[in-house]
Design a protein around this ligand. Structure first.
Ligand SMILES: [Zn+2]
Length: 125
């Protein structure tokens, strides 16, 4: 989710206030900030990447390794986890989702349409 830098800074701040932690090891020599919600960096419920470089960006992955459609303002861990059943393309809620590409989460309709575009020949090379 591309956002204004100021919005990303607030998202990041709200996540930390809600109990997310910085992944110190991953942040060494990294552009942007890796954060997680869970017991430890290797036992997480949610993983996030915050980019406040030239373009503001927030990405969040669930335990299943797939991304979610990130809300423009931070909501809560519960709400983010609930997005497991939300399509990143059409933003439909409470739908069955599946992986497309490395970590995309799409409904069956969007997955059928997007898979040929995202998973072009040699996409995983
Ligand atoms: Zn969809």
């Amino acid at each position: 989710m591309t956002l204004r830098i100021e919005k990303v800074a607030i998202w990041y701040q709200n996540a930390l206030e809600d109990g997310w932690k910085e992944d110190e090891d991953k942040n060494k020599g990294s552009n942007g900030k890796w954060i997680y919600f869970g017991e430890s960096p290797t036992n997480t419920q949610l993983v996030g990447h915050i980019d406040m470089g030239r373009v503001g960006n927030v990405m969040v992955w669930l335990e299943d390794g797939l991304q979610i459609a990130v809300p423009t303002t931070y909501t809560s861990v519960k709400e983010l986890v609930h997005r497991k059943n939300m399509c990143m393309e059409c933003l439909d809620m409470n739908v069955e989702t599946q992986r497309v590409g490395f970590a995309g989460r799409y409904c069956n309709t969007c997955a059928t349409e997007l898979r040929p575009k995202i998973e072009e020949r040699g996409w995983a090379d």
